[in-house]
Design a binder for this molecule. Structure first.
Ligand code: NAG
Ligand code: NAG
Length: 438
């Protein structure tokens, strides 16, 4: 059919002209429709707009037992656009093509030889990963995180890493304006972090992080990531290097390395500038978007998000593609509420089996799931509940939580019909807040 039509049409020269014209028009239409799509992939560069990273030196601190499981997820996500960074652990090795350095190699040899925290380190140095059985490593990896830290030798060693890390970072890239310290389960939204740092004068001493306190030391919580400007880092490194014994003794008597560094910074007159919720120690699924460490008015909901903590390695690619899709479609930075709408809310349903919603308040007994739901319903502020055996927990915070093992027998439910009201309440509480600034 088509060839005959074509041959008829092309019999006279003027018809040939018309046919060519039609073909040209069709081609043009197609190219208009297909060009942007075809070029889109080429045009989008995840590192574009991140030139500010040139002024930043990043260290990622990890430990031998977790490194192989947690580092590779960073290579194609949080580390992808970094120009200047280094990976530090308690053992030097190559993990999936990247060199990981031993951050403790310059600690006073007497301490390394005699302090019990270093028994583990010395074994590692002697025999590498073979120094420990698979059972030992599994047991340490499963050790619970408590307020007093973790019961594992890798964790006890960790506190020794912070001051040496500060010293190494300054030597490796003394010209950096900012030094950012992250951990193997910190997720950084670099576009937000770079934009946030631009609000600070980097020629002044700054120490920015999520506030924590032990005793009278206020310090930046390591897991949320923290930033130190060059003048502040210089001060603390010089001071520590002229008072090595003092800080070694202080470290030996303490249990949290991020606090040790915070103490040294306080000693040189650089106090912490509170950064929650720009930097956050929770993962999206565990974030209470209404409140948190910042006091009753610092709703995470309202602010741009520059970091999350505790993101499981398996979620790095997922969160990264959410982030990149966002930047491709939207010319704005990401707020915590955007993470709520796009990453958390789609997973909240009426109820879920084998799911721990991290309800943490008002424990009571209930005869059934329905009874627990009723208990929640009867309190207008209740957003969710979870049932395990006869234990019913309710919560006024809305959190996603995560999958629980079948053995735990936890079921969770949400007051889905209260979510719209929650969103409205949050939206009206914000009045254009962007960043946490001093
Ligand atoms: C872009 O922003 C809008 C409005 O905030 C949001 O609904 C949408 O999901 C975003 N696009 C992507 C691809 O994330
Ligand atoms: C059933 C239940 O309530 N499970 C958990 C909810 O979240 C809190 C806080 O994370 C846990 O302690 C509960 O075990």
């Amino acid at each position: 059919m088509l060839p005959t039509l074509l041959s008829r049409l092309t019999r006279s020269p003027s018809r040939v002209f018309i046919v060519i014209l039609i073909i040209l028009v069709i081609c043009q239409l197609f190219s208009i429709r297909s060009q942007p799509i075809a070029n889109f992939g080429n045009r989008y560069d995840p590192c574009e707009g991140l030139e500010g990273l040139d002024d930043i030196f990043v260290t990622l601190r990890t430990g031998t037992t977790e490194a192989p499981k947690k580092l590779p997820a960073h290579y194609t996500t949080t580390l992808r656009c970094l120009q200047h960074y280094e990976l530090y652990s308690d053992f030097e090795e190559v993990i999936e093509g990247k060199h990981v350095y031993d951050v403790l190699d310059e600690v006073n040899p007497d301490i390394v030889a005699t302090h019990p925290d270093f028994v583990y380190y010395n074994k590692l140095k002697g025999k590498g990963r073979d120094a420990f059985t698979a059972e030992e490593i599994a047991q340490w990896a499963a050790a619970k995180n408590t307020n007093g830290g973790r019961d594992s030798p890798g964790w006890r060693l960790d506190k020794w890493k912070f001051l040496p890390l500060a010293d190494k970072a300054l030597r490796i890239r003394p010209q950096a304006k900012w030094f950012v310290f992250i951990e193997s389960d910190t997720y950084v939204l670099w576009k937000s972090l770079v934009a946030w740092l631009e609000h600070f004068d980097a020629s002044k001493p700054w120490y920015l992080g999520q506030q924590m306190q032990i005793g009278d030391v206020v310090f930046a919580y390591g897991g949320a990531g923290f930033a130190i400007s060059q003048p502040a880092l210089k001060k603390v490194v010089e001071h520590r290097n002229t008072n090595l014994k003092y800080y070694d003794d202080f470290t030996a008597g303490h249990w949290a390395g991020d606090c040790v560094l915070g103490k040294a910074l306080a000693d040189v007159g650089v106090p912490l500038t509170w950064a929650f919720p720009t930097l956050s120690s929770e993962e999206p699924a565990d974030t209470d978007f209404e409140s948190g460490f910042g006091g009753p008015t610092k709703h995470p909901w309202c602010y741009y998000a520059a970091s999350y903590h505790h993101l499981p390695p398996i979620e790095y690619p997922e969160f990264y593609s959410f982030e990149q899709n966002w930047y491709q479609a939207n010319n704005t930075l990401i707020r915590h509420k955007d993470v709520f709408y796009n990453y958390v809310l789609p997973r909240i349903t009426d109820e879920r089996d084998d799911w721990d919603n991290h309800s943490d308040k008002d424990e009571e007994t209930a005869s059934s799931f329905a009874a627990c739901r009723n208990a929640c319903k009867s309190n207008p502020a209740c957003m969710q509940f979870s049932v395990s055996g006869y234990t019913c927990k309710t919560s006024t915070a809305l959190r996603l939580g995560r999958k629980a093992s079948a053995a735990e027998q936890v079921r969770s439910g949400w007051m889905v019909d209260r979510i719209d009201a929650f969103i409205e309440r949050m939206e009206s509480a914000c009045n254009n807040r962007d960043w946490v600034l001093p």
